[in-house]
Design a binder for this molecule. Sequence first.
Ligand SMILES: NC(=O)c1ccc[n+]([C@@H]2O[C@H](COP(=O)([O-])OP(=O)(O)OC[C@H]3O[C@@H](n4cnc5c(N)ncnc54)[C@H](O)[C@@H]3O)[C@@H](O)[C@H]2O)c1
Length: 430
Amino acid sequence: MKISVLGIGYLGYVHAAYLAAIGHEVIGIDTDAARISFLHRGELPFQEAGLAQLQLQAGKRLQFSTDYRDAATAQAHFICVGTPQLPNGAGMDLKQLQECVDALLPHLTGRHVIFGKSTVPPGTTASLYRRMQKQLCSGESAVADIHLAWNPEFLSEGNAVFDSRYPQRLVIGALAGEAGDIARACAREIYAAQIAAGVPVVETNWESAELIKLSANAFLATKLSFMQGVAQLAEGTGADIAAITTALGLDSRIGQQYLHAGIGFGGGCLPKDLQAFIDLAQQANAPEVANLGRSVADLNSGRLKAVIGQALAANAGSLKGVQVAILGAAFKPGTNDCRESPGLLLAAELQLLGAEVRIWDPLLKDLPQLITELPHALNGAQLAITATAHDELLQANPHELMEFPAKPVLIDANRCLDTAKWVAAGWRLL
Ligand SMILES: NC(=O)c1ccc[n+]([C@@H]2O[C@H](COP(=O)([O-])OP(=O)(O)OC[C@H]3O[C@@H](n4cnc5c(N)ncnc54)[C@H](O)[C@@H]3O)[C@@H](O)[C@H]2O)c1
């Protein structure tokens, strides 16, 4: 099928490449001209396992443009633009979505199915639909038969290519009855291979599709923050959070994923989606639900505060001039995305307190202010703090690294190291 993907960021690029890899003709549209010329050169926009191979499989079926006219010949369109948090923190900014449909519609004639993939609060699809109807009726757009559905994406950065190929479910939110049949049939055609392979399909209405995604992310954030809470209780009782995590994860009702009480969650999705969940709860006059969301957010930010407290306590209450190495800038391993990264947030806070901070990250080679070699980052450091559980860190030899810091003092903020090994090598763990 000829398909356009609108917004070629983390989600849009992977989705576009996946669709092309399975045989569709895909045009990726983005308003960021620099990004499109970068992609025209055949370069990969970010680090993800398997992305180069996916791009190879997509081949010439995957094209890019900044011009919405190039989307006109596609039969189906996927909206993958950003839905960031509004600067004042009150809800999601849906401007990119509105600009996207406003730019697309004037070029469409005949039948088209538009799928929203971005994460949005319930009611967004209905309001976009009204916006589109208004535009179609006003004569601003050519006569077109438009069908709108929401098909949220659940891929997880670091595992994005695998998640695109093998999703755990497909969610299609469309109008009930005949009004939604064309969109549902179109989705089933696009995803025919996955459906034939047994991927379950949940067909529902727009609002459910929207809330499924928002609550999935709010739940994952809750699971992570719950474990921060358990880690606090463990510290007070002498219990071992690693053993607790392993044992809880072995319970199939709980599961192992998103159970790690690390440095806290970040990235371009969980923090903003949790905030949208809280906003929704407030609007729905559900204060207990809003409070639940706020506790999740507080537990998350509390972890960084606790780490800063540890760093201060170890330096007689002042970090002025203390050489600190932050180990990891990506918000999680396997990606070079550092949006809302706990490591960078921590670095900024420590700098404000007067620390001399250097940041190590092996995947962020394009940022000259970051250091990609671990020994170089530790050189002369008086305190090292783990932030991202990159493989390079987990596999590092603490004996060999001992010679570099001025003081081998470590806070395993991400709780990701085999601390016994580091202590045996001579590191002092706070
Ligand atoms: N990143 C993820 O892992 C992930 C996973 C699932 C869902 N999502 C959701 O997908 C959406 C996009 O997230 P992302 O991480 O890819 O964001 P992103 O910022 O990486 O990408 C958004 C892209 O849209 C482009 N854009 C902005 N306005 C445009 C317009 N009018 N027309 C065309 N392009 C335009 C931007 O230039 C950018 O390249 C968000 O709603 C997010 O919550 C993201």
